[in-house]
Each structure stands twice: as C-alpha cells, then as structure tokens.
Design a protein around this ligand. Structure first.
Ligand code: FAD
Length: 456
C-alpha cells in the first residue's frame, strides 16, 4: 500500500491531512499509479511532485489549496496536461489534479455548456454536439478547455464567435485563501475580466459556463499539398483569408504524411449557410493540386478530432510561437524551408488565422490585447523519447528566430515558455498593469503561478 517514506516531514504532515480531508485520493512516489499520474503530454517534462491530489469534488480543490498553503508547499494545477512546458507539475510540489472533475452539462434553452475545471475540449465538444451545438474550443480534443480559455483560446470558430475566452459566461473559482467565489459580469467583475486571458494566476477554476452556438454541421476536413505547391498555396491562403467572411476560418500548417514526406495542410471550417459550403471547398481545393482532400460536411465535434493523430501523447517537445500580420512571401519562405528541414517526422507547424468576431472585441475588454487580424504560428519540434534532443531543439529555435524578424512583438501567452516574461508583458500591453493589480488583490502571495506566470 502507500507509504510516506519518500516525502519530507513537512510533506508527510500535509499528506496525512490531505488524505483524511479529501474525498479523492493522494498519490506519492511509492504509489503504483504515481508515475502515470505525474506524466503530461510533453514526455520531456519529467517532473516529480511530492504528491498528486486527485480531487474528486470541487470541495476537494478548496481543501487541497488550504492544506498545501498551511504547510508551505508549492502548488500547481493540472487540467488536460497539455501545457507544452509542463507547468502543471512542479518538482516537490502538490499537484491539484482535476482530471476527475470533468463532468459537463448543456442547457439548450440558454445555449450554454457548463463544465468542471478538468474538462477537456473533447468532452465539452461532445456534449454540445448532442444538442446540435458547438462550443468555442481549440482544435485538439485532449487539451483542457479551462486553461485554453484562461489564456485566450484560438480555434476554428474565432471568426464567427471570438476566442474561447470571449465565450466565458461565468466561473466558480477557488482563491488562494480557499474561498470559493463566482466570477461573472455581475459578480466579481474584475476577477471575471482577469480570467478571460490572464491565465491561471488568480485561483483554480472548478467549473465554468460557456456560451454554445447552434451548429449541426459544418464544412471541414483536410486538404494536403506537396511542398512543391506550398508557396503558391500559402499565397492563395493569404488572399483567401484576408477576404474571408466570419463564418469561414482556415488553419494551415505542415506535418509529415504517412509515407514520411512533409505536407502542407489546409483545415477550414465553414459554419455558414450549407448551400455555400461547396463553393468554399472548391476554392480551397483549387489553391493548388492537392495530393489528397477530405473536405465535406461533418459535425463540429468531428472537426475537433481532425488533427488529433498528429499530436500524440508522450513524445518529447520544444515549442515556440510567433504572431504575424499575414503570411507574407517572406514568412511563407521561412515556413516552407523549415518544413523541408523537419528533423523528425513528428514535428509540426500550425497556423491559426485570427479574424472576424475576435477582432471586434475592444483590446481592454479582456486581458487578451491583440485584437487586430493576425496569424498565430505554432512551432512544435517533436521527437521520440530517447532520441537525442539537440538537433530538434536547434531546428525549433532557429525557426523561432527566423520568424521573429517578421513578427509582431509579444506572443500567445498560453504557448510562451517560462523564460519569456518580457514577451508576456508585451502581449498584455496596456492590460498588464491591471493584471498585476488584480494579482496583488486576489493572490498576493503568488500561490498560483499560472500559464503564463504573471510573477515568477
Ligand atoms: C497539442 C496541443 C494543441 C493545442 N491547441 C490549441 C488550440 O487549438 N488553441 C489554443 O488556443 N491553444 C492550444 N494549445 C495550447 C493550450 O491551450 C495550452 O497549452 C493550455 O494551457 C493547455 O491546457 P491544459 O489544461 O491541457 O494544460 P495543463 O498543463 O493541465 O494546464 C496548464 C496550466 O493551466 C492552468 N490551469 C489548468 N486548469 C486550470 C483550472 N481549472 N483553473 C486554473 N488554472 C488552470 C494551470 O496554471 C496549469 O499549470 C494547444 C496545446 C497543445 C499541446
């Protein structure tokens, strides 16, 4: 059974208190499930927490925060485990593991989805789908919906409905002192403002309500092109997205196909009138000569699964991100050259087009300041565990530097690394000082080092 021999006296006291107080269980290094439970999506983030508090109820979260604080143990919060830098787990700390808190309810009359703090985009998307609705999520099922929303949330409905954060209606939050409060436009509106882009810096969100949108089917799928077509297709992508209506968002990027050859992909989502879907599909297919195309109508939940096979759990990752005004010819050259030099078949480049409804939210209305049209470029250097990291890390860093010359300052806070404080500050722009004031008010002792951390 369990033993406390591997934890310090201070941790042992906390462990015993947590075990008697929590309805969920608490794992330490000697527990059989500890090793699996401490793992996150990025296998390179190999951390050993003192204990993992697997919260079974929202009340467990408040108890765990209070007990960890009383014993002076550092805390981290784990939702979907997809922060590439692995900040959900801290060496020697207490992990508040929310994976069992993932129940979701839909109110079809209010057009909302209510999700516990550990819910993933997939469970939220699946629940909304049953009622013929779509939630505003990212593009991968296993990513936690809460953290994605807390940092912004780029996805294929952002042209029509804004960021995930723009669709947050209210949240229940456990604060640093263990108090459990509601944040919404009506209650604690300052905290509600901070939650819509300010990251997990103010508390643990145990439950949140999101706006959902009636949408039974959309046009989507993947169009794949060889690299010889890539520059021409990216030029077409630039022109097409610059004139895209709100109902059409298109992702592009590169990954390696099953036969080991790098490919450019287009992944659209047309959520408008079904009668016009084919016209948009035809235009995308005609941007070059595809090697394959799967465009057709599908549910929004099916769209959410399209890229899942490309981002497998447990591989080692170094990620970077840049925001550019447009995919200019110069940026396209940098991307195509990098894809041609992929050092691993698992690496990928993912480009999100930010436009439409997302750009009509005033920059000070939420912490997410960059409300002008742009493209977010995610660079995801990925390799097998055991493969020497250096060559893949160099590829990622070189590409990041090459893109920097063409980029807007700042970056997407959900994907900035722990050492990129200056870019975090720039990303928040004029909202940064308001966030710091909020931090001082709600978490003066910096219990919650969110993604991104406002204070180290
Ligand atoms: C493969 C992949 C695909 C992605 N796709 C997209 C995308 O399409 N769009 C997009 O915008 N982003 C995307 N992201 C980025 C993603 O939104 C962030 O990495 C996010 O932090 C992941 O959330 P998580 O719960 O899965 O991660 P975790 O590692 O579990 O959590 C990260 C941090 O979020 C905070 N946190 C988590 N849950 C809570 C909570 N309930 N309350 C308070 N704080 C909490 C904590 O600070 C925690 O350390 C992607 C990332 C990956 C790896």
């Amino acid at each position: 059974m369990t033993s406390t021999t591997s934890v310090s006296a201070q941790s042992a006291a906390a462990l015993s208190e947590l075990r008697s107080a929590l309805i969920g269980d608490v794992l330490v290094a000697t527990d059989p499930h500890y090793d699996t439970a401490r793992r996150v999506w990025n296998g390179a983030a190999d951390r050993h927490p003192a204990m993992i508090a697997r919260c079974a109820t929202e009340g467990d979260v408040a108890l765990a925060v209070r007990i960890a604080r009383e014993h002076g143990l550092p805390l981290s919060v784990r939702g979907g485990g997809h922060d590439w830098a692995g900040r959900a787990v801290r060496d020697g700390g207490v992990v508040l593991d929310l994976r069992f808190l993932r129940s979701v309810g839909v109110d079809p009359y209010a057009s909302t989805v209510d999700a516990q703090g550990g819910a993933t985009a997939g469970v939220v998307g699946a629940a909304a789908d049953r009622y013929g609705m779509a939630a505003v999520t990212g593009t991968i099922k296993a990513v936690g919906i809460t953290a994605l929303t807390l940092g912004g949330g780029y996805g294929l409905l952002n042209g029509r409905h804004g960021l995930a954060a723009d669709n947050l209606v209210s949240a229940r939050v456990v604060l640093a002192d263990g108090a459990h409060v509601t944040a919404s436009a009506a209650e604690n509106p300052d905290l509600f403002w901070g939650l819509r882009g300010g990251g997990g810096n103010f508390g643990v969100v145990t439950r949140a309500t999101y706006r959902a949108h009636p949408l039974r089917r959309a046009m989507s799928g993947l169009v794949l092109f060889g690299l010889d077509q890539a520059r021409k297709v990216l030029k077409g992508y630039r022109e097409l997205t610059a004139a895209a209506p709100d109902d059409l968002s298109v992702m592009t990027g590169f990954f390696t196909g099953p036969d080991g050859v790098p490919l450019l992909f287009l992944m659209p989502m047309w959520s408008g009138d079904a009668g016009r879907a084919q016209r948009h599909a035809d235009r995308l297919n005609a941007l070059g000569t595809p090697v394959a195309t799967t465009l057709g109508t599908m549910t929004p939940f099916e769209v959410l699964g399209l890229l899942d096979p490309v981002v497998v759990d447990g591989r080692h990752v170094l990620a970077a991100n840049r925001q550019v005004s447009e995919i200019s010819d110069e940026v396209a050259d940098v991307l195509v050259d990098a894809a041609a030099r992929f050092t691993s078949p698992y690496s990928g480049l993912f480009v999100h087009h930010f436009h439409g409804a997302s750009t009509r939210v005033p920059p000070a209305a939420t912490p997410f300041e960059l409300r002008r049209e742009h493209n977010l470029i995610e660079v995801v250097g990925t390799w097998e565990a055991g493969d020497p990291a250096a060559v893949h890390e160099e590829w990622t860093r070189d590409l990041d530097q090459a893109l920097a010359a063409h980029s807007l300052p700042g970056g997407y806070v959900n994907l900035l690394g722990p050492d990129e404080e200056e870019r975090v500050r720039i990303a928040y722009g004029r909202n940064h000082s308001r966030l710091l004031a909020l931090k001082a008010q709600y978490d003066p002792d910096n219990v919650f080092r969110g993604v991104p951390a406002l204070i180290r």
